[in-house]
Design a protein around this ligand. Structure first.
Ligand SMILES: C[S@@+](CC[C@H](N)C(=O)[O-])C[C@H]1O[C@@H](n2cnc3c(N)ncnc32)[C@H](O)[C@@H]1O
Length: 327
């Protein structure tokens, strides 16, 4: 059985403590605590991202391995799971990767040049409700030569500003790699959230940030490491695809490549957890592993009729501690 994992010969496991940063409201809805007892901000995702896992954290956290060495998230996006384990006090070595260069540049600047980012954001903050200003900043990438000469901090501030003020927090580029999401008409977008950005900057210290294909990014994953895989989802229907985080889409061949890597990581002795849509193709790829079906609401879809609750799969290479969650 796949979940009967071998003993891992590593001595440096760090056990995840009890969730200190989550609370339940009276209705049982999970509330994420934004500050610790001393009033210091706890790191929250800085971008709204399609497929973001904020709403599923409670369910997912019961499936995390009890202890692990390093943490790897090769499809980071908003990195909701990474920030959740940091909020629980886990301070080990982490590897975040995403094929989207603007997103990774944003994380690098938050980690290494927080003051410069704050300066750039102040400029955008002053124009956050101005539609013409939005399109002016959006169009910076229409001149690729000039765009590539912008400082990393300017590009990072643009990414964050567009994410907060565009329609529904979408990230979508066309074939020319131009960001093409319309203005969002959001009443009071939070462009400059200094407390959270500072907490995120701290959380990212000593985190490896790369912009590569997932297979290359996972070359360093070793025994006892926790690997969370959250690829662009396999579309539920042929027309429902939203895979435009980068210019290239994620095909069924990529899903198959990922399933082979999942098995290889399991062989290497990693704890592997993967989320994907509940489709026959994905189910077939992970036969024999522990599979749970979870209800999620799709907050971001390029077409509004595609929103609403959907079933997703959570697949693990090990048997989760909370066995009541198993089928
Ligand atoms: C479902 S999203 C991840 C959402 C994330 N877990 C969150 O909480 O926001 C998938 C991510 O995979 C990235 N991606 C697409 N193809 C990739 C590839 N071949 N290698 C690495 N990342 C890729 C996309 O840019 C996107 O950010």
């Amino acid at each position: 059985m796949f979940w009967q994992k071998r003993e891992r010969g590593c001595g440096s496991f760090f056990a995840l403590g009890q969730p200190r940063a989550v609370q339940r409201s009276g209705s049982g809805v999970l509330l994420v605590q934004r500050k610790n007892k001393q009033g210091k901000a706890l790191p929250q995702p800085v971008v709204k991202w399609a497929g973001g896992k904020g709403q599923l954290l409670d369910r997912y956290s019961r499936v995390f391995p009890p202890a692990f060495n390093a943490y790897h998230e090769p499809f980071a996006g908003g990195a909701a799971v990474f920030f959740a384990i940091r909020r629980r006090g886990w301070s080990g070595k982490a590897y975040l990767n995403d094929l989207n260069p603007e997103l990774i540049n944003l994380y690098v600047v938050i980690r290494d040049n927080f003051p410069a980012l704050m300066e750039e954001l102040k400029v955008h903050e002053a124009h956050k409700n101005n539609r013409d200003y939005y399109y002016e900043v959006r169009n910076w990438d229409r001149n690729p030569r000039q765009f590539s000469r912008l400082s990393p901090a300017k590009r990072a501030a643009r990414t964050l500003f567009l994410n907060k003020t565009c329609y529904n927090g979408l990230y979508r580029v066309n074939r020319s790699d131009y960001f093409n999401v319309p203005f969002g008409r959001i009443k009071n977008p939070r462009v400059l959230d200094g407390d959270n950005l500072q907490a995120v900057s701290l959380a990212l210290q000593d985190v490896s940030l790369t912009c590569r294909d997932f297979e290359v990014a996972l070359a360093a994953a070793g025994p006892g490491d926790f690997v969370y895989l959250d690829p662009p989802y396999q579309p539920l229907t042929r027309t429902a695809s939203f895979t435009a985080y980068t210019r290239d889409s994620f095909s069924l061949l990529d899903q198959q490549r990922l399933a082979r890597l999942f098995a290889e990581l399991e062989q290497r002795g990693c704890w592997v957890m993967l989320s994907n849509s509940y489709t026959p193709e994905i189910q077939a790829l992970y036969q024999g592993y522990s599979i749970q079906v979870v209800q999620a609401s799709r907050a971001i879809n390029s077409r509004t009729e595609g929103r609403g609750p959907v079933e997703e799969m959570l697949i693990t290479s090990y048997r989760p501690r909370d066995q009541s969650l198993l089928e």
